[in-house]
Design a binder for this molecule. Structure first.
Ligand SMILES: [Zn+2]
Length: 372
């Protein structure tokens, strides 16, 4: 360690060639990267592991999700709307001008790439299903970081051009889940969130139950209450936008509570653990594919040892860099190898509550906290 053996063995460096804390394997020893609540229950509640069952004798669950932030690579429609929004929100003329100049991005040709089918097929091949969180079209109060596609925008799907609405309706028909990817402001506003839920439901012609906030915006005092008032059953926002790991130390679905009364509010949190952006983006951990895969395996092992749920998020609109998709496929293969169940948040909700595991967890948590 003294003479840099770890660094010599690793090819991971940041953009200026530095070896950083997140390149060291010792970073992942920290408790933030362990499901410490799961581990405490396994260690302190006798028979805890025997009580957890997953369908068809599976060893643990993987909650598979995707946030649809764009419907076309290099979409000119989306870029023009984003620039319009940035210009409207600009604080001074200089900033306005700078945003206007980003029309230069229009020189990139839009690509007719199917952003949905590869993920669906990768999951279908392994007997899994996932949920796509989609951004609403009707957004009353916009933030410049919001997504800008609409239900009638064209996209490329199953070898033909169609509208986003047609594509999403077909995804539902195939048995894959659709949830809401709520706008930035909606994370703190139940009315906005309800309108956006209804907008997605009108687009699909059916109800939705699962949600994740865009950019993982989550205020622990306000977001869950807004989500439950809007009528959701599950949320999978609770994680870090710029890192992976266990924000609340738990990797089981758990009932969120009203911070003032301590009473359950009727919303099941399925916490986010692993996501592509945190692992691979230049402004986040920026790990090489091999290191990213190694860290994913490590965290999956830790969750699987407690029969927990590891939630994954991979962005469909990252198909212009196939390494991101290839990492997802490798991680899915590892979940198969470990006998995991890859399922949607809704399927996990139905199973967890249907088996009474929500009540079991509550009793076990109370027992452990009484003894501490
Ligand atoms: Zn997003």
């Amino acid at each position: 360690m003294l003479y840099g053996a770890e660094e010599i063995e690793s090819s991971d460096r940041d953009e200026i060639g530095n070896y950083e804390a997140h390149h060291s394997p010792r970073r992942w020893d920290a408790s933030l990267y362990r499901p410490v609540v799961n581990e405490a229950l396994c260690g302190k509640v006798s028979g805890w592991l025997d009580r957890i069952r997953w369908p068809e004798g599976k060893a643990f669950a993987a909650c598979l999700t995707h946030d649809l932030d764009s419907v076309q690579i290099n979409s000119r429609r989306e870029l023009l709307r984003t620039i319009g929004s940035l210009v409207r929100h600009a604080k001074n003329p200089g900033e306005k001008l700078r945003h206007c100049l980003s029309v230069a991005g229009l020189r990139h040709r839009p690509q007719n790439v199917d952003l949905m089918t590869p993920w669906i097929e990768a999951e279908r091949k392994r007997g899994f299903r996932s949920t796509f969180f989609v951004f609403p079209t009707r957004v009353r109060r916009r933030h410049p970081r919001d997504c800008t596609y609409t239900w009638s925008d064209p996209t490329w799907y199953r070898g033909r051009r169609c509208s986003v609405r047609e594509m999403l309706r077909d995804v539902v028909k195939l048995g894959w889940g659709i949830g809401l990817h709520g706008s930035l402001h909606s994370a703190l506003d139940a009315d906005l969130l309800r309108e956006q839920k209804e907008d997605v439901e009108e687009c699909l012609g059916r109800a939705i139950w699962s949600t994740r906030q865009h950019n993982l915006r989550f205020d622990v005092l306000r977001t869950p209450l807004a989500q439950v008032r809007a009528g959701f059953q599950t949320d999978s926002t609770l994680g870090f936008n710029r890192d992976i790991g266990f924000r609340n130390g738990i990797a089981y679905p758990f009932a969120l509570k009203d911070p003032s009364s301590g009473e359950p509010i009727g919303l099941l949190e399925i916490p986010l653990v692993l996501h592509d952006g945190a692992l691979l983006r230049k402004d986040n951990l920026f790990l090489g594919e091999d290191s990213a895969y190694r860290v994913c395996r490590l965290l999956i092992d830790r969750v699987a040892a407690t029969k927990g749920v590891i939630t994954l998020l991979w962005h469909p609109n990252q198909m212009d860099d196939l390494r991101w998709f290839q990492l997802y496929e490798k991680v899915l293969d590892y979940i198969v190898e470990k006998n995991g169940w890859g399922a949607t948040p809704k399927a996990i909700y139905d199973w967890w509550t249907g088996q009474g595991l929500d009540a079991e967890l509550e009793r076990a948590l109370q027992k452990v906290s009484r003894e501490q």
